[in-house]
Design a protein around this ligand. Structure first.
Ligand code: SF4
Length: 221
């Protein structure tokens, strides 16, 4: 079987299984509706989510959006109030500053519309390569591959790539993944990484066990 064909089959299986996983097994599922429909919320959640568990990001974001459902309202919050809401998030003080600055810039420079170009997005405070690509692929459906630790780990276990850093993985994945799958990779592999192929992989319940070349000696009994 051709490598690209095998990758398509693996992703098809993961997508199919993904639909069946309960929310608590794949917290990223809770973020999909937001990602699909509301760019404002999606961008704020993407900034808050770095180095923070999705379940915490999801909970804190819900609280935040109750009182600040748009960029205008974020700016109106005083610093103390905003920091109090964001407290469970890692680096909450820094992120509180970021989302206020982002809100001001989007309103003043972009007339309230979040830019859809990578080069513009990464100029915003708190938005690096991964966050920009997650946003562009999930919200604007752009053909980009967003690589985080889950995507990096799983792509290496499946031997799609042999790399040391997420940046190297991103570059290699553009060569081996068929283009029509680029924007979906992050969503499905993050969920798969949370539910099954985690740091300690649950190979005994893995739906792609037969297709996975990961050395069995590394697997837990
Ligand atoms: S078999 Fe194990 S290592 Fe391979 S993809 Fe499944 S959980 Fe990950």
């Amino acid at each position: 079987m051709m490598e690209k064909e095998k990758i398509e089959i693996i992703l098809e299986i993961i997508k199919r299984e993904f639909e069946k996983w309960p929310k608590e097994l794949a917290t990223v599922k809770q973020m999909i509706e937001v990602h699909n429909n509301e760019p404002f919320k999606s961008l704020i959640m993407a900034v808050l989510s770095t180095q923070t568990k999705d379940s915490i990001t999801s909970k804190v974001s819900k609280e935040l959006f109750k009182i600040a459902p748009n960029f205008e309202k974020i700016i109106e919050l005083n610093d103390e109030e905003l920091e109090k809401i964001l407290k469970p998030i890692s680096f909450y003080k820094r992120k509180a500053k970021y989302i206020k600055e982002i809100s001001k810039i989007i309103l003043e420079k972009y007339n309230g519309k979040i830019p859809s170009e990578y080069e513009e997005l990464i100029k915003l405070p708190g938005i690096g390569r991964k966050v920009a690509n997650v946003f562009l692929s999930h919200v604007y459906k752009k053909d980009v591959i967003a690589v985080d630790t889950h995507v990096h780990r799983i792509a290496n276990r499946l031997k799609w790539v042999k790399t040391k850093t997420p940046e190297q993985t991103e570059k290699k994945l553009y060569e081996v993944i068929p283009k029509h799958l680029w924007k979906d990779i992050n969503l499905y592999l993050v969920a798969f990484g949370q539910a099954i192929c985690s740091y300690k992989p649950k190979c005994n319940i893995c739906p792609i066990f037969e297709l996975c070349p990961y050395e069995r000696k590394n697997m837990p009994k």
